[in-house]
Design a protein around this ligand. Structure first.
Ligand code: NCD
Ligand code: ZN
Length: 486
């Protein structure tokens, strides 16, 4: 047997349907064997992992690394270091940078910034009225997927018009490319915010009052209608409300290819926390009343919600702690704390480790066309592995975050369950809880391994591309035929 680079022994290997004691052999960037200890090839390096669990590295569909544009909030190096230390091996980065990722030039800037990444990455390109004619060009340039800011948020990108949404979906449907949608109705949000400001409200709960669940319900319904008509793949970002789940259940039942993420903050936090923490917890969509928490768990359990993402949205502490809620930037860091928070819930019996792997790795790998190469611990897959200690207890501390944004609503929260080591394509990016600084720049775009199966387009006879020419046999003017001299 050929010698391999690393054999990990003594751990339990977790997949969505079983947990088995097994050794794992890694050669170069790939897993080459999973099985009994005695069957492992000789290895240059061995790691004892007795009592630990091997999880496919988490795949976070929603992070903001802020470069280009706002390097004081985060850079690719610091954001991806946070991912590495959070057991996250692949991230998908959002286009609301400055410039936004809606032109080839802006994409080049982002790709340059991404060269310092510790972890593998996809890049969501911007889907808006100004970019809808450039989607194919952006795909050729290297974006993996798109993001439509249907609800306004940090960066103030205008929401795409319904017409542009339809046209963009028509372009993307036959290519099988999935669009992430920030699903809130901008018009509702803007009017509410104006009224609340005029009434003098600037308390923390005014932010929630400006963004009622109906804004999420309406936007989800609308994008589902357009996606279903065109056959385009859809991904609902940061799902926050119990009230809009029925739309997703119905759409999935009808066969619409819609995937859905929620985030730890919507599962575990509510307005009680917001009252205590104020602007620190301002984010979009807002943290809602406690009645939303359990239905979101139930939706994860029954598959209505597919996955956990973090919406890692770092800002400087002074941008989060102003007296006026409207002056506090929206969002907070999360890519580094997701795994300990969720493992704590596993320890509390709220979900199994297998459920967690389905939500953190398998479902996102499938949604972005990476499954088999990523999202699984099996021969032939990338060796993207989080090695976790389910016993280890600690307290989350914002000062110890790799992120530049040292302000987090999770600060001081007791957790049980931490990633100890993180491997990206066979290389340690975190070892014994420490960032491996030499691994900066190891991360690679997943564009090269992404395979999106082509869906069946629907209603193509109405697609904009199909109706621009007068069809053969149809008179070229609307003049009634009886009026034309014969
Ligand atoms: C995000 C950000 O800061 O970029 N903020 C947020 O409140 N979630 C943008 C977003 O994802 O909406
Ligand atoms: Zn968003």
């Amino acid at each position: 047997m050929n010698s391999v680079d690393l054999v990990i022994r003594g751990a339990q290997v977790v997949s969505p349907d079983r947990i088995v004691p097994a050794a794992v052999a890694i050669a170069g960037e790939q897993i080459v064997a999973v099985g009994h200890d005695d069957l492992m090839p000789p290895a240059a390096q061995e790691l004892r992992a007795d009592g630990l669990y091997l999880l496919p590295g988490a795949i976070d569909s929603h992070v903001h690394f802020r470069d280009p544009g706002y390097p004081h909030k985060e850079t690719w190096k610091t954001g991806s270091a946070a991912a590495a230390c959070g057991g996250v091996t692949t991230i998908f980065e959002m286009p609301n940078t400055n410039p936004p990722t809606g032109t080839l030039e802006a994409l080049r800037l982002k790709q340059k910034a991404a060269q310092s990444s510790y972890v593998d990455f996809g890049i969501h390109g911007l889907f808006g009225d100004d970019t809808v004619d450039r989607l194919e060009e952006l795909l050729e340039g290297g974006v993996t997927s798109f993001k439509a800011f249907v609800g306004n948020t940090f960066g103030n990108l205008p929401a795409p018009s319904d017409g542009a949404l339809l046209e963009g979906f028509e372009t993307l449907a036959p290519l099988g490319i999935r669009t992430v949608v920030h699903a809130e109705n901008s018009s509702i949000l803007q009017r509410r915010e104006r009224h609340l400001k005029a009434a003098g409200r600037k308390d923390a709960l005014a932010h929630l009052a400006a963004r009622p669940a109906v804004a999420e319900i309406e936007a989800i319904a609308r994008v589902i209608i357009l996606a279903e008509w065109t056959g385009a793949r859809l991904h609902i970002a940061h799902h926050s409300a119990a009230d809009s789940l029925y739309l997703l259940r119905d759409a999935k039942r009808r066969g619409v290819d819609v995937t859905v993420e929620t985030c730890p903050q919507y599962l575990l936090l509510n307005t009680d926390h917001m009252l205590r923490l104020g602007g620190v917890m301002r984010l979009n969509p807002p943290i809602r009343e406690a009645r939303h928490n359990q239905p979101l768990w139930d939706a994860l359990m029954d598959g209505t919600i597919d996955m956990i993402a973090t919406d890692h949205a770092p800002h400087a502490p002074e941008e989060k702690t102003r007296a006026d809620i409207w002056a506090c930037d929206c969002g907070f860091p999360g890519v580094e704390t997701q795994m300990p928070l969720m493992l704590t819930e596993v320890n509390r019996g709220r979900a199994s480790l297998m459920d967690y792997v389905r939500w953190s790795a398998v479902a996102p790998a499938k949604a972005w066309g990476l499954y088999g190469t990523k999202g699984v611990i099996a021969p032939g897959a990338h060796a993207d592995i989080a090695i976790v200690d389910l016993q280890r207890r600690g307290v989350l501390s914002q000062n110890r975050l790799q992120s530049i944004s040292k302000i987090s609503p999770w600060n001081g929260r007791a957790v049980q369950g931490y990633p100890l080591h993180t491997l990206v394509r066979g290389r340690f990016v975190m070892r014994d809880g420490q960032l491996v600084t030499e691994a900066a720049g190891w991360g690679r775009s997943v564009k090269g391994v992404q395979r999106m199966p082509t869906p069946q387009p629907r209603h193509t006879e109405h697609f904009i591309g199909a109706v621009l020419q007068t069809p053969p046999g149809v008179p070229r003017t609307a003049t009634p035929l009886s009026d034309v001299a014969e």
